[in-house]
Design a protein around this ligand. Structure first.
Ligand SMILES: [Zn+2]
Length: 288
C-alpha cells in the first residue's frame, strides 16, 4: 500500500468504513455489545442495528477511533506514514505532511501507536540475544555515558531470525533481567548470547539457563566470535536511538513503553506487505 493507493482507494469516509468493516468482522458485522449478527439500517448507510439489544452503532464504535470527527482518510494517511517510517515520525512532521493542527497530529500518533502492540507473544527459542541500553535525557554533567547514568533502561531480547522485543525496565540488575528472560524465552532455547555485563551470569542462574549462556567479550574488542555476537539486537537498538534522536526528540519515561511497542511492531513486520492493514485491523479490534 502506497500513499497514492490510500489517496485513491480511500477518498471518502464511506470507502474507509467499508475496509474497516471487513477488518473488524471477518464473518460479517456483529453487535459490539452482545455479538449477535446485525443488519445495516436501510435509512442510514453504514449504521448497524442490533435487534437483540436494540442498539445502533458504526464500525468505529468502541475502537481507537472512538468518536473522532477527523475524516477517516486522515487517520488512514497518518497510519500509513507511521507504518512506513522505520525510525518513527514526530507529531510535528505528521502535522506538516497532513495539514492538521499539532494537537490533532499528536492525538493521531498517540492513538495509532497504541494499536501497534503485539497481542500474541510466543516464547522465543533457537539463538536468543539479550542486551540492554540506556535512552532518554542527557546524563548529568561529568557522569559517564552508558551503564550507571540516570537514563531509562531498555532491555532488548531478539531471537535470531525471529522476533525483537523491547522492554522499559526499572534497572538492569540480574533479577530484573531474569524476569524478562523467563517471561519471553523458552527453556528449550539453544543458545543465549549476551555481552560480559556483570548482571548476566546471575540472570542466567536465576532462569536456569547458565549452561546455554555464551558471552561476547566487548572489553577485549571481540565483537564477533563466530556465532557468538549480539549484533542483531544491537542493530535494533541503534535504530531505536536514531528514532529517538531524529524523530521524537524528547520522550518522557511515561510514553517510552508505547514508543518501544511501536518500534518493535514495525520492526517485526518490516518484510510484511500487510503492515498497514495489520495496524488498521488492530485499530478496530484491540480493546482500549
Ligand atoms: Zn446487541
Amino acid at each position: 500500500m502506497t500513499l497514492v493507493d490510500v489517496i485513491n482507494l480511500f477518498d471518502t469516509d464511506e470507502r474507509c468504513r467499508e475496509l474497516l468493516v471487513r477488518l473488524r468482522w471477518s464473518g460479517g458485522p456483529e453487535c459490539v455489545r452482545c455479538h449477535m449478527p446485525v443488519v445495516e439500517l436501510a435509512t442510514a448507510k453504514q449504521l448497524f442495528y442490533c435487534k437483540d439489544c436494540d442498539y445502533q452503532f458504526t464500525v468505529t464504535a468502541a475502537t481507537i477511533f472512538n468518536d473522532s470527527h477527523l475524516p477517516l482518510q486522515k487517520w488512514f494517511l497518518a497510519t500509513l506514514l507511521l507504518c512506513e517510517a522505520r525510525k518513527g515520525m514526530s507529531a510535528n512532521q505528521i502535522k506538516r505532511t497532513l495539514g492538521v493542527s499539532y494537537k490533532t497530529a499528536w492525538y493521531l500518533c498517540h492513538r495509532i501507536r497504541a494499536a501497534m502492540k503485539e497481542v500474541d507473544r510466543p516464547m522465543m527459542d533457537g539463538t536468543v540475544e539479550v542486551d540492554e541500553t540506556y535512552v532518554g535525557g542527557r546524563p548529568p554533567r561529568g557522569s559517564k555515558p552508558g551503564r550507571g547514568t540516570p537514563k531509562e533502561v531498555v532491555i532488548g531480547i531478539r531471537q535470531r531470525g525471529g522476533d525483537l522485543r523491547f522492554f522499559h525496565a526499572a534497572d538492569a540488575k540480574s533479577g530484573t533481567l531474569a524476569k524478562y528472560i523467563s517471561e519471553n524465552v523458552s527453556q528449550d532455547v539453544e543458545v543465549m548470547v549476551t555481552d560480559e555485563f556483570t548482571s548476566y551470569p546471575g540472570a542466567m542462574k536465576k532462569t536456569g539457563l547458565t549452561a546455554k549462556h555464551k558471552t561476547v567479550k566487548h572489553k577485549n574488542r571481540v565483537y564477533v566470535d563466530g556465532d557468538i555476537h549480539t549484533n542483531t539486537v544491537e542493530s535494533a537498538f541503534s535504530l531505536l536511538k536514531r528514532g529517538i534522536i531524529g524523530s521524537w526528540h524528547k520522550i518522557s519515561a511515561k510514553h517510552l513503553p508505547a514508543y518501544l511497542d511501536e518500534m518493535t511492531f514495525r520492526f517485526n513486520r518490516r518484510k510484511n506487505a500487510n503492515l498497514f492493514l495489520d495496524t488498521l485491523r488492530h485499530m478496530v479490534t484491540l480493546q482500549f
